[in-house]
Design a protein around this ligand. Structure first.
Ligand code: HAM
Length: 451
């Protein structure tokens, strides 16, 4: 192995040794450890944009009167198997299983990292008897989800969702309220051209008829199905519609759930549509929108950047799940919610050239006196007390060097702590112009704020 001027080799234990140009061996370097595939580091330069998305999610949760509910990052495998369906991809193929310590009761993998938040939230709803609270219950959550999927652009094994759920509201008004909320989120995030796809997949009464129609139709065209679809046909025929490799003609002529809705589901969906129209919220009917998780009933929706639908890059999705609470052992309670993938929203923003979020102006506190550590900390503390963004330079380098690095890290101001402190003053330097003047400590924050 050779790298530039030095060469090296890998020892039996995987440690790299390096030989420099003079033939000397430098100390062994342990092999580098990288992030797991499909998981990303949020780097400092992305931090501001990410914090902004989180802030929008928190602010909208408040404005739409949702209360915060957090559940554990891991839950019993059984919860997801029952809630999302044994044959959903999230359970069958993508579960991150977690086992207990060796020798413990849970040594065998009994838990899984949550692939999505809805099942956990409903579990908490049932476990804490929340049905007795004056309803409907409106909750939000923001946090990481885990799916052992094939990593690619916009598809990660760890990703973050902003999730909202409403339990105990049969709709249809709340269905529209959620679609409007998601649109507002994308608008505030600055992502342009987001379209809502909409469908209704019926309920326990009419779904069996639709299922039967799909079985008959795809069953008579089995030779044109992919292997995956043939399997889906046996376990859950709705999910054949979800197969992106489905023959286009076959898909176009497939039975549509809207043609099989019972009276109540048809009424519900028709009101959802007229409310959306009245609110001026555009949507596209999408007959293939059956969603990948089994708990859905009636209204389903997904959000895409127009023209990017084919790449399975939904920016968010959700729908109604009127049977889930009961399935998880609670009293029959209707539910609806959505999850928005913040990673994909960030990516969409970057692709659309949204200017990067800017941080507040930075102030660096410097001093020519290497001993003036306490003074630098005190001055920084005064400015922080006033809400400003401050970083003291703790080095003993020359003042010029400290000012140079302050400019390099993008600081707007340098506060120079020197002899003036004896009369409760410092020197304030504008790093873009080089202009500096003495300012009283008591009025320093105000002086910076006013410029
Ligand atoms: P989901 O459609 O599976 O729904 O995920 C919601 C959103 O999470 C997706 O639209 C996407 O933005 C993001 N997402 C999903 N998988 C990944 C991934 N591997 N990498 C990056 N982003 C991803 C749910 O999870 C439901 N719990 C939503 C819901 C809430 N339905 C009712 N209430």
């Amino acid at each position: 192995m050779s790298r530039g001027r030095s060469s090296g080799s890998v020892t039996a234990r995987g440690y790299r040794t390096r030989q420099d140009a003079g033939g000397r061996y430098t100390p062994r370097m342990p092999p580098r450890i990288t992030a797991p595939r499909g998981a990303r580091d949020l780097l400092p330069e992305q931090g501001e944009a990410w914090t902004r998305l989180e802030a929008i999610a928190r602010d909208l949760s408040r404005r739409y009167a949702f209360d915060r509910l957090d559940t554990p990052l891991f839950e019993r495998v059984e919860l997801f198997a029952r809630g999302l369906g044994e044959t959903s991809d999230a359970v069958e193929k993508e579960m991150f299983r977690v086992s207990g310590a060796a020798g413990s009761e849970e040594e065998r993998a009994e838990w899984a990292l949550r692939p999505e938040p809805t099942a956990g939230i409903v579990r908490a709803f049932v476990e804490h008897g929340m049905h007795v609270r004056p309803g409907p219950l409106r909750v939000w959550m923001l946090g990481p989800m885990f799916r052992y999927d094939r990593p690619q652009a916009g598809r990660y094994r760890q990703f973050t969702q902003w999730d909202v759920e409403v339990l105990g509201d049969p709709g249809p008004m709340v269905d529209v309220e959620l679609v409007e909320l998601a649109h507002r989120f994308y608008a505030l995030a600055g992502v342009r051209g987001v379209v809502a796809h909409l469908n209704s997949i019926g309920d326990a009464e009419c779904r069996p008829r639709f299922r039967r129609a799909l079985l008959d139709y795809f069953g008579s065209h089995e030779d044109r199905l992919t292997d995956d679809s043939r399997r889906r046909l046996r376990v859950n025929p709705l999910r054949v519609l979800d197969d992106r490799d489905l023959d286009a003609d076959l898909a176009a002529n497939a039975p549509r759930s809207l043609d099989h809705l019972c009276h109540a589901c048809r009424e519900h969906f028709s009101t959802v549509r007229s409310l959306l129209d009245a609110m001026g919220l555009a949507y596209r009917l999408d007959h293939r929108l059956v969603r990948g998780l089994d708990y859905y009933t009636r209204t389903t929706f997904e959000f895409f950047v127009a023209g990017r639908e084919g790449q399975q890059q939904a920016l968010g999705g959700g729908g109604r799940y009127d049977g889930l609470v009961e399935l998880l052992g609670g009293r029959p309670t209707p539910g609806i919610g959505f999850g928005i993938g913040l990673d994909r929203v960030l990516l969409a923003g970057e692709e659309q050239g949204i200017p990067p979020a800017v941080s507040d102006p930075l102030i660096v506190v410097v001093s020519a006196d290497p001993g003036a550590m306490v003074d630098r900390l005190r001055v920084a503390s005064v400015l922080r007390e006033a809400g400003l963004r401050v970083r003291p330079d703790g080095s003993t380098r020359r003042l010029g060097k400290q000012l140079e690095s302050a400019s390099k890290v993008g600081a707007h101001w340098a506060v120079i702590v020197g002899d003036e402190l004896q009369r409760d003053a410092v020197v304030l330097r504008d790093l873009s112009t080089g202009h500096q003047e003495e300012v009283e400590l008591a009025g320093l924050a105000e002086a910076i704020g006013s410029r």
